[in-house]
Design a protein around this ligand. Structure first.
Ligand code: IDP
Length: 160
């Protein structure tokens, strides 16, 4: 949170973004991180991580009743994921736009899923769907000491 650099009353948000196991296996980690980095959001947390089943179940608990839920849990725990915490004004909705629609065939070209994926069950990346879930998911996937509060050298070139 960089209060002295924020000139408006807009609220700083955080979002949890994750390169799913297919994105890691396909060598798309750098490409995906790059899109958020170039956009100008602040990276606060980053790690390669093998997700335990219990954590996957907690993360996707709202989808428990869905027929695809068991496959989703298998998918997310099938190999390492890359966990990211990004901060910024409007970062939650903006990250969702950069990611694109859940079904990659419906995702616009230029979005991560639109450019890099073909199937909902292999849609390479996750992004929190609301500011509340952003906080919840960053806290769920990261320990407190894995989050860095820092001011990038280019901060004043991103925000007036
Ligand atoms: P989102 O990731 O775009 O927010 P959600 O509806 O929250 O989409 O679903 C979470 C994840 O569950 C999706 O990203 C996708 O990996 C998986 N999923 C959703 N719907 C289906 C489906 O119909 N078949 C297989 N997997 C699905």
């Amino acid at each position: 949170f960089l209060p002295h650099l924020i000139s408006s009353m807009e609220e700083v948000e955080e979002t949890y973004v994750m390169v799913k196991p297919d994105g890691v296996q396909r060598g798309l980690v750098g490409e995906i991180i790059s899109r958020f980095e170039k956009k100008g959001f602040l990276l606060k947390g980053l790690k390669l991580f093998q997700c335990p089943k219990e954590l996957a179940e907690e993360h996707y608990k709202e989808l428990r009743e869905k027929t695809f839920y068991p496959k989703l849990i298998n998918y997310i725990t099938s190999g390492p994921v890359v966990c990211m915490a990004w901060e910024g004004i409007g970062v939650v909705a903006s990250a969702r736009k950069l990611i694109g629609a859940t079904n990659p065939l419906q995702a616009e070209p230029g979005t991560i899923r639109g450019d890099l994926a073909v199937q909902t069950g292999r849609n390479v990346v996750h992004g929190s769907d609301s500011p509340d879930n952003g906080h919840r998911e960053v806290a769920l996937w990261f320990k407190e000491d894995e989050i860095c509060q820092w001011i990038p050298a280019q901060a004043s070139w991103l925000r007036e």
